[in-house]
Write a protein that binds this ligand. Structure first.
Ligand code: BES
Ligand code: MN
Ligand code: ZN
Length: 501
């Protein structure tokens, strides 16, 4: 599915591949680190490139700008901009992606100068993440190309540095392969990915992961467990509903911090009887992104051996218009006994998440995180590159703020406006599933979800906008992004680290 990552010493890695050499800009001058050999791929490299040279060859200070020095009988050398510092993780991701792009279908040996770098392990991880994420291709999932991170130092990198770089590269591969797996599911047409087959794909992957147990609930079980939101949304579809319930617990003897993840798994959202326009449903195979995100986050956490306990829950359904479909005005009873008047069947995500959150509460976690392509209003407010975060505590908001600055996935905190609770009052049920038309639609959706969290520390990520990219940019490929999965993994590692001290 993705590029194979192999770590090598300069001697074995440097040939028959594109050698990527980072440059860092000092004003208008591009500077190469001392530890990079002067003679590379048949080129003699100066230590710096003047402004004139850069302008002439199109090497710009923007991170990820690249110029390829061709070589006829040896390796091509790609000069890749890291911006103005060796210590910016996002710039390493952009540089990894740029190196891969300049190598075409070929392999890359990325020379990583480690002298004076603050975090060689994180730098290597970011490079590999950028490389693998950017080489995702739905039509051509397999590739033999390799991406090697070659640590450099003067005279040589220490063994310790070597090991850090190896560890970072391995982590980057785990993370990015997990994201690409999720992107592949998300990009798969809904006609080829029913709730049932989505559950199967998830089980197939998680079955290989250590300390993970996973079960799929079928319709009978879901009825028995009284998941009235999920059943209500699913009843208009010929495809039966599913729910995947997965846990990861690397050390049951210890009281590890326990995080519950809940993801929206609508494999196709037609809107139901409150039907969407043709245009409005064109990308609605993406509506199971939350489910893919939480399941890949759990899988990545297991592969990274994070010292934390996770419960991941994903209700899966289609939202269709069949003869048994829920009608506007119907009332559904959620798992926890609360009732919701469905005035718009297109506001279906909150109905299935209400069940998912109720189940999460029963698992007694320290925090609950839910992820959903929930509201068009989120995309209107923040666009395609920024997700909305709602947090019930400042502590959780701070954790996510830090995690998002490490992942490069931008989040903006939105308020849980208490007065807007009135927007979801219902005359005949505990609440209704829509707020005021054209008014704070993401907030009323979040307020509804919060009612199912039983006052626990909770974060809601609405990723309707950044869940898809309409054009490729940097290391983000066009189509599915699995946005927020890397941030959640960063959050989970931070929680594990905090508990470990
Ligand atoms: N899945 C959609 C939200 C969505 C819209 C995601 C665009 C990605 C891109 C969700 O189920 C939905 O239809 N929400 C409605 C809610 C409304 C009826 C209250 C919306 O936002 O229009
Ligand atoms: Mn909808
Ligand atoms: Zn939806």
């Amino acid at each position: 599915m993705a590029r194979i990552i192999r770590l090598s010493t300069p001697d074995e890695g440097a040939f028959q591949t594109t050698i990527a050499v980072p440059v860092v800009f000092d004003g208008d001058v591009a500077v190469i680190a001392e530890s990079v050999p002067d003679e590379l791929g048949g080129h003699t490299l100066p230590r710096d490139f003047s402004k004139e040279w850069c302008v002439q060859h199109g090497l710009k200070p923007e991170p990820g700008s690249v110029v390829l020095l061709h070589s006829f009988d040896e390796s091509n050398v790609a000069l890749v901009s890291l911006g103005s510092s060796y210590n910016n993780l996002e710039n390493y991701r952009l540089a990894g992606a740029a190196a891969v792009r300049s190598a075409g279908d070929g392999s890359v040996a990325f020379f990583l100068p480690t002298d004076g770098i603050e975090y060689p392990r994180d730098a290597a991880q970011a490079l590999v993440e950028g490389a693998i994420l950017s080489s995702y291709n739905f039509k051509k999932p397999e590739s033999d190309a390799t991406f090697d991170v070659v640590p450099l130092g003067l005279p040589l990198p220490t063994v310790a540095t070597h090991n850090l770089v190896a560890e970072g590269a391995a982590r980057g591969a785990i993370v990015a392969d997990g994201i690409n797996w999720a992107k592949y599911l998300i990009d798969t047409p809904a006609g080829h990915l029913s709730p049932k087959s989505l559950a199967k794909h998830v089980v197939k992957r998680l079955d290989e992961d250590l300390y993970v147990s996973v079960e799929t609930w079928n319709e009978a079980k879901i009825k028995e467990e009284a998941l009235g939101g999920l059943l209500g949304v699913g009843q208009g579809s010929a495809q039966p509903v599913r729910l995947v319930y997965a846990t990861y617990d690397p050390d049951p003897e210890k009281a590890l911090p326990h995080v519950a993840l809940v993801g929206k798994g609508v494999t196709f959202d037609s809107g139901g009887l409150s039907i969407k326009s043709g245009e409005g449903m064109m990308a609605m195979k993406t509506d199971m992104t939350g489910a893919a995100v939480v399941m890949t986050a759990l899988s990545i956490a297991s592969r990274l051996k994070l010292p934390i306990r996770i419960t991941a829950i994903a209700p899966m359904t289609e939202n269709m218009t069949g003869g048994k479909a829920t009608r506007p005005g119907d009332v559904l009873t959620i798992r926890n006994g609360m009732t919701i008047e469905v005035l718009n069947t297109d506001a279906e995500g909150r109905l299935i998440l209400a069940d998912g959150l109720s189940l999460a509460v029963e698992a007694n976690p320290d925090a609950i995180i839910d992820v959903a392509t929930l509201t068009g209003a989120q995309a209107v407010a923040l666009g395609d590159e920024v997700g909305a975060i709602f947090a019930s505590t400042d502590e959780l908001a701070n954790y996510f703020n830090e995690a998002s600055s490490r992942s490069g996935e931008q989040l903006w905190r939105m308020p849980l406006v208490a007065n807007y609770e009135s927007h979801i009052e219902s005359d005949i049920a505990d609440m209704k599933n829509i707020g005021k038309t054209g008014r704070a639609g993401s907030i009323s959706a979040a307020l509804l979800l919060q009612r199912f969290t039983d006052g626990r520390p909770w974060v809601h990520l609405d990723i309707a906008g950044p869940g898809r990219a309409d054009v490729a940019r940097g290391y983000v490929t066009k189509g599915a992004t699995a946005f927020s999965a890397r941030t959640i993994v960063e959050f989970l590692s931070a929680v594990g680290e905090a508990a470990n001290v």
